[in-house]
Write a protein that binds this ligand. Structure first.
Ligand SMILES: Cc1ncc(COP(=O)(O)O)c(C=O)c1O
Length: 442
C-alpha cells in the first residue's frame, strides 16, 4: 500500500512552532516540525491529528513505548505518595533500583550506583570518580564520540565541532583517538594487522608514548557502539584488547551505555556483546522510559569516595526510580528479547533493501540499535549527507519519524516494544521514500 503524503506542518503545529521560536532557546538542534500531542507504544500523533510511527523514540529513550500503562501507573502511584525528598534522605525504591542495577550490571563484583538526571551528568560523575579513585588527571576519548554537552562531558564529545565552537577552554587532559570504524578507517593498517588492533596500537605506541603517559591516564571513556557518531559497531577484537591495555596500566575502562544500554541491543549492556567487563558504566535514556534519570554505576571496590565528594539535589528522584523499576521489569520480561527478534527482522529487511538501493552503503547495529549509512559511491564509501537528509524529510511527510546520526546515517532506535508488524510498516515507508529520494523528490 502506498503511504499517504501528510499535509505538514498542520495549522496547530505551525502556530506552536512559531510560539516556540519566541520563547525557547534557539540552540536546540530541531529537525523537522513534529509537534506531539500524544503517543501509545510506537505510534504518536501530532496536534493536528496526524499519525506517525516513531523510529526515534525521543533519541532512544522511550524504551517501553510511549506512555506504557505499567510505567504510567508506577509514576501515578508514586506521585500520590511523594514526589521529592532530596538525596539527603532515603527511600525504598531508590535502594531497590540500586539493587536491580547491581543484579544486571556487567561487573562480576557488586555494583554501586550514583543517581543523577541525565546522560551528561552520569558522564561527569564517571570523570570525577575516575579522578578520585586513580588520583590521575588524563583521559582518552574517541573521535566521533558523544557524551553530552556539559563542560566535562563536552571535553570528550567529538562528533561535531559545532558542539565545542566558542566554548574553549574545555576540561583539560582529554586526548582523542580514532574510533575503530572499519567502514571508514582513519588510520592506516599495517599488513596482517586488524583495524581494531591498529587503533589499540595507536593508543599504546603513539599516544601513551608521545602525549599522555599511561601512568597519568585515569580512564578511557568509550561508547560500546558509537551512537551520535553514526551507530558504529567496533570489530570484535577491539574491546578485549582495550581491556588488556587498561589492566596493564591501571586505567579505568568507562563504557558510556547512555544510548546503547538497558536492553537496546538485545543484552542489558552493549559491552556484553564483546565479552568484556568495564569498571564504570554510564546510563540514562532508556532507563526510565522518558522520566529524566542518569546513573553512574561502578565496581564497588572503586567507589570508596568520601561522603560529600559528589552529590546532588535530585539524585534518586522518586518518580524516576518508580518509572525505572517498572521499565526494567518490562524490558527483562519480554522487550529485550523482542529487541533481538525485531532487530534481526529489521537487519534482514534492510540488507535485502540494500541490494536494490545502491545509495545504502552499509547496514549495521545490534538489536534495535541499527544504522543505515547512505553513500554517493558504494566502492569509496563517500558519505551522502544530502540523500540521508532527503530521506528523513520525506519519511516525516509520510508518517515516519527518523533521526540522523554521523555524516550520512539514519538511526533506527524505536521502542523495544515495537512489534514486527509496526516495523514492517515503517520499513515499507522507508523503502518508498528512498525510491522517491532517488527519483529526485523532496
Ligand atoms: C552515548 C551518550 N552519552 C551521553 C549522552 C548525553 O546524554 P544527555 O543528553 O541526557 O545529557 C548521550 C546523548 O545522546 C549519548 O548518546
Amino acid at each position: 500500500m502506498k503511504p499517504l503524503k501528510l499535509p505538514l506542518p498542520g495549522p496547530k503545529a505551525k502556530a506552536i512552532v512559531e510560539r516556540d521560536h519566541q520563547a525557547i532557546s534557539p540552540s536546540y538542534p530541531r529537525g523537522y516540525p513534529f509537534v506531539m500531542d500524544h503517543g501509545k507504544g510506537t505510534e504518536v500523533w501530532d496536534v493536528d491529528g496526524n499519525r506517525f510511527l516513531d523510529m526515534a523514540a525521543g533519541i532512544a529513550v522511550v524504551s517501553t513505548g510511549h506512555s506504557n500503562p505499567k510505567v504510567v501507573k508506577a509514576i501515578q502511584d508514586q506521585a500520590e505518595k511523594f514526589i521529592h525528598i532530596s538525596s539527603d534522605f532515603y527511600h525504598e525504591n531508590w535502594v531497590k533500583l540500586g539493587e536491580k542495577i547491581d543484579e544486571i550490571s556487567p561487573f562480576s563484583e557488586p555494583a554501586v550506583s550514583f543517581m543523577c538526571n541525565s546522560g551528561a551528568e552520569s558522564v561527569e560523575s564517571a570523570i570525577k570518580l575516575a579522578k578520585n579513585y586513580t588520583g590521575r588527571s588524563q583521559f582518552i576519548g574517541f573521535l566521533g564520540g558523544f557524551h553530552g554537552r556539559t563542560m566535562g562531558a563536552l571535553a570528550f564529545t567529538a562528533s561535531k565541532a559545532v558542539y565545542r565552537e566558542g566554548f574553549f577552554p574545555l576540561m583539560s587532559g582529554v586526548t582523542h583517538v580514532p574510533y575503530p570504524d572499519p567502514y571508514r578507517p582513519i588510520l592506516h593498517c599495517k599488513p596482517g594487522v586488524s583495524y581494531g588492533q591498529t587503533v589499540l596500537n595507536y593508543i599504546e605506541d603513539e599516544i601513551f608514548h608521545r602525549i599522555a603517559p599511561a601512568n597519568d591516564v585515569a580512564g578511557i571513556i568509550v561508547e560500546p557502539i558509537q551512537g551520535e557518531g553514526g551507530y558504529i559497531v567496533p570489530p570484535d577484537d577491539f574491546f578485549p584488547g582495550l581491556r588488556k591495555i587498561c589492566d596493564k596500566y591501571g586505567i579505568l575502562l568507562i563504557a558510556d551505555e547512555v544510548q546503547s544500554g538497558v536492553g537496546r541491543t538485545g543484552k542489558w549492556w552493549a559491552i556484553e556483546h564483546f565479552g568484556v567487563e568495564p569498571d564504570i558504566i554510564t546510563i540514562a535514556k532508556g532507563i526510565a522510559s522518558g522520566v529524566p534519570l542518569g546513573i553512574m554505576a561502578a565496581r564497588k571496590s572503586i567507589t570508596e569516595w568520601e561522603k560529600g565528594t559528589h552529590g546532588n539535589t535530585y539524585g534518586g528522584n522518586p518518580l524516576a526510580c518508580a518509572a525505572s523499576l517498572a521499565t526494567l521489569d518490562l524490558i527483562e520480561n519480554g522487550y529485550m528479547e523482542n529487541a533481538t527478534k525485531v532487530g534481526q527482522y529489521t537487519m534482514n529487511w534492510l540488507n535485502e533493501s540494500k541490494q536494490s538501493h545502491p545509495c545504502i552503503g552499509e547496514v549495521r547495529g545490534k538489536g534495535l540499535m541499527i544504522g543505515i549509512d547512505y553513500v554517493v559511491d558504494p566502492e569509496t564509501h563517500e558519505p551522502d549527507k544530502n540523500m540521508r537528509d532527503r530521506i528523513v524529510e520525506l519519511a516525516f511527510e509520510h508518517g515516519l519519524l527518523l533521526l540522523g546520526c554521523g555524516e550520512s546515517t539514519i538511526r533506527l532506535a524505536p521502542p523495544l516494544s515495537t512489534s514486527q508488524a509496526e516495523m514492517e510498516e515503517s520499513l515499507m515507508i522507508l523503502d518508498y521514500v528512498t525510491d522517491l529520494a532517488l527519483d529526485g523528490h523532496v
